[in-house]
Structures are given as structure tokens and as C-alpha cells.
Ligand binder design. Sequence first.
Ligand SMILES: [Zn+2]
Ligand SMILES: [Zn+2]
Length: 365
Amino acid sequence: MERIKTRLRHLVKPRPNTDAMAEILDLIAPPLYVYTISYVVYFGYAYLIDYHYGNSKPEDTTAPLPRIWYFQKCFSLLIYIQMMANWIGIRFVNTSTNQNFTEGVRDRMKWNIDPILESNGFQKDKLKAETSENGTVNRKKSNTKLSEEAIETSKPIIKKQTYWSWKPCFYCRLNAPPRCHHCSFCETCILKRDHHCFFAGRCIGFHNQRHFVVFLMWASFGTTYAMIHFVPYLYNIVLLEITGWDCFLPVAMYKLVTGQLSLYYANLVISFTLNLFFIFLSTAFLLEQFQLISEGITQFEQTKVDKRKLHILDPRPFGPKVKAVLGSQPLFTIVFPLAHWFYLPCDDPFMWPYHKITHTKIKTK
Ligand SMILES: [Zn+2]
Ligand SMILES: [Zn+2]
């Protein structure tokens, strides 16, 4: 209950570095995904497989089911398991800085901002006072978070540092490695942060990017597979009952509200539209991920880093770049989501030994 209240409060007062639209998306995207996947399973896999491949004489219950029916049922179950398992992987595999790292890493991540703050004229006493004041408001989080004012004051200090360096996170109070960024939705720092995935409600980072890529492969394939079953059914059965215009979402919604279309057909149209949307979305994201992996960069670096100031190069061939994301056995990872436990991504999320970074100074008049 408290969680729901907090989420609703965020709609009125968005968290730092976000806006109301993003907060709304963060709230509605996961249920939208669950709705779409339920539809894909119910219509695309269960109902329509019976329609397309089931017994040609439904009245004869003793007739054996064709072999293709069994094959399609098993195949669709595999797609469903893959999509759900990798979605769970995205959501629950920890890619944040709240993990048990080795002692060396833990030491480097220790909050060591005081010298930087002092050299920028920031008063340590003020910092402490603000922290304890926060502590009286929220005792649980005392000494872990700084006040908004302190964070705002510190932002220019962080901006002065180069992108590819260890940087302090004022929200988590730790020293974060290169490519690690704070996410306001996840409320933690994410190793090799790619982007925040609204449909899973989690950030994509070093440890779960593999699940994201594999999920996209199966989602792109699975939604197309469901659509292949859906279109003939729509054409042969549904269009006998409703008109072609009713298949457009706004028309269907209008007719549902005015009582001219039944809930069953309205649900079909919503599901069909969402499925179409997810085909484009998952395929576009998949192609983007391929491009990012082949360049050895993250979505964050592609969109937020000024390429005139910083050039990031991963000189490794394509194979090792794939292994840096999918683990040492990429094919195994694609088929078995649990490969996560056995084959780690072949890269170092703290030191990044392979990347070559060039800082370019722009000449200004
Ligand atoms: Zn942080
Ligand atoms: Zn996030």
C-alpha cells in the first residue's frame, strides 16, 4: 500500500532527472507488457493454434490431433518460456552497485569526495548538517542520502570530470566506476548503464543486458509468430462480424464506449494493435542492440555523450564484443536463460581494459 502511495506521489512530484511523462510510463508499461504477453499466449498460441492446426472435424472428438498441432503447441510454449524467463532475468538479475564485490573494488567505490568538495569550496560541515536533517525526516535513510540542495550544488563539480573516469554519486554516496550511472527510477547506480527499460521496470546494464538482447530476439520472433496466426483468423472469421474500420483502435474504442462493439471484439482489436506495436518495438530495439554491441558502446553513450569531445573505440573483433555482453557461450545463452549463472560477460565492468578513449578538445572562438 505504501509502495502504491509513493508511486502516485511521484506522478505529482517526479523524482530527480525525470518528468511526469516518464513517471506515467514507468507506472503503466509493465502492466501493458503483461497484458500483451497474455494476449500473445491466449490468442496467438493457445486459441489460434487449435483453430489453425486442430482437428479438421471438431464434432468428432475421438479423431487424433495432427502432429503439427503438437509441434506448434510445444514450439509456442518454448517461445513463451523464453520471453518470460528473460524478462524475469532483466527484472531480477542485479546489475546495480549494491552487490558483494571483491575487496579491491569495494575500496575503490568508497565515498572519497571530500578532497574534491573542499577544493571546490564546498563546506563539509554543511554537508553533514544537511544529512542529519534528512535523517530526522527519514531515519532509515539517514547518512545515506544527501538533501536535494546539496546534490544540486555538487552537480557542477561532477560535470567538470571527464566522462570516462570514476565519479562520485551523490545519491548513493559512492565512487562509481566509468560507464556506471545513477538511475532515478531504480534509485541506485547501474554498472555499464545502457538505458532504463520501462516494460521491465528496470535498468539494462552490465549483468542483465544479455537477458535484454535474448528477450528481444524471442519477443520479436514470438510477436511475429502470433501475428502470422492472427491475420488469417481476423480475415476469415472476425471480419464477418465487424467492419474493417472497427479494426482501427480509436474507432473500436469509440464503438466500445457507445455500445456498438462487444468487449470481446474490442479486446481483439486492442490486442492486435498492441501486438503490431510490439513487433516494431522489439525489432527496432534488437537492431539497435546489434549495432551497439558491434560498436562496443552503450545506448547512453550513443545518445548522451558528445562525440566531438569524446571518442570511444572498442578495437576487439565482433566475436569478443558479443561475448562481452552474452557471456563466453553466446549460443548457450540464447537457448538457456540460466546460462547467466555459468558464463559471465567477458569484460571488466570497473576497469574496461579493452576500450580506447580519446578526449578531443573543441576549438572555440
Ligand atoms: Zn547512484
Ligand atoms: Zn533504471
